[in-house]
Design a binder for this molecule. Structure first.
Ligand SMILES: NC(=O)C1=CN([C@@H]2O[C@H](COP(=O)(O)OP(=O)(O)OC[C@H]3O[C@@H](n4cnc5c(N)ncnc54)[C@H](OP(=O)(O)O)[C@@H]3O)[C@@H](O)[C@H]2O)[C@@H](O)CC1
Length: 180
């Protein structure tokens, strides 16, 4: 049995997964439950958008910036961007390192078609506050190996140094939404 087996979701049993548990859960979802990557990514991104909207409603935090990394975590961010746009946010995506795979290319295409603004060059972290009310961290998931390489350092600095609220997420979010 995998990590999902026999687990009940109740508020008292909710806790964060560590990196190896998140990887194991992923393997369970693929191998035992036969989910596809796009299915899981759509569920993850929608859950992120719903969680963000619950904590930072678009009526109060109108303008959002989602910082997307090169892997599946970045893909979750692209999905979240599309849903957040539908929820009424003004949405911008910064996606500095693009992995040439149809999965990501199609998600980016969908973002553009949904009116998400693609920002190539970020302003200085301290100036982000002039344009945005919240940031969403979709830079790395469980395959991140520190230290961060130079190519993605500016994206990370934006998330660390803006002074804006930053929504961070992990697998646990969509597990919660699966269970409730
Ligand atoms: N598995 C699934 O199907 C699903 C997973 N989901 C989500 O995906 C997350 C895991 O996704 P993932 O395995 O693609 O890896 P992720 O952490 O996003 O990034 C890897 C990228 O980062 C790069 N990189 C690493 N270290 C670096 C460094 N120091 N500095 C710079 N770059 C660095 C690395 O580059 P590389 O080292 O390979 O050249 C690679 O390009 C998981 O946490 C969950 O949120 C959901 O979508 C549901 C479906």
């Amino acid at each position: 049995g995998g990590i999902m087996t026999g687990k009940q979701c109740s508020s008292s049993s909710i806790r964060y997964l560590n990196q190896s548990e998140a990887v194991a859960l992923d393997q369970d979802l693929f191998n035992e439950y036969k989910f596809s990557v796009d299915q899981l990514m759509e569920l993850a991104g929608l859950s992120v958008a719903m969680a963000v909207a619950k904590v930072y409603p678009p009526s109060l935090y109108k303008s959002s910036l989602i910082v997307c990394g090169p892997g599946n975590n970045g893909g979750d961010g692209l999905v979240a961007a599309r849903h957040m746009k539908l929820f009424g946010y003004k949405v911008a995506v910064h996606y500095p390192k693009r992995t040439p795979r149809p999965l990501y290319e199609n998600l980016l295409h969908q973002c553009k078609n949904f009116g998400v603004d693609i920002v190539e060059q970020l302003p200085h972290p301290k100036d982000l506050i002039n344009d945005y009310n919240i940031l969403v961290d979709a830079l790395f998931g469980f395959s991140f190996k520190p230290p961060v390489r130079d190519e993605l350092k500016p994206a990370l600095d934006a998330l660390l140094d803006s002074g804006l609220p930053v929504c961070r997420y992990s697998k646990v979010i969509y597990l919660l939404f699966c269970c409730t």
